[in-house]
Design a protein around this ligand. Sequence first.
Ligand SMILES: [Zn+2]
Length: 130
Amino acid sequence: MTYREIAEKEDVLLCVGDCGLAGSHEKGWSNPSRGTVHWRDRRITRMGLRRFLMLVAAIKHSHNRGQPKWLQVYEQNSYAYHRALSEYRVRLSRKLSQTDRANVRYWMGKDRVLGKPENRSVAQWAMERD
Ligand SMILES: [Zn+2]
């Protein structure tokens, strides 16, 4: 499997440096209005697949861009986790989302939404321990 094949399966365009911003492709970024993931082609790792799928999620969920950051990051993680498992038979370990979970806990606390019943599944995910 290559990132090109994954991009095809995810129905996004892939730029591996032709945009002229090649340096930015290491971490990768996505352009939701064009449906393009900018990414340096490389051997696939769990960490890379997760990051790539999160960039895909940012495109697929671009209608949610007005959402608070904690919800966006949660949805990107959720998409990456479920998609990796169902489409690519890769289980992404909890450890990989450690930093995102800590950030989401912090952002939710700051927004005072951690205890709200409608955010329960997000809060539970954010509170998971490794
Ligand atoms: Zn590019």
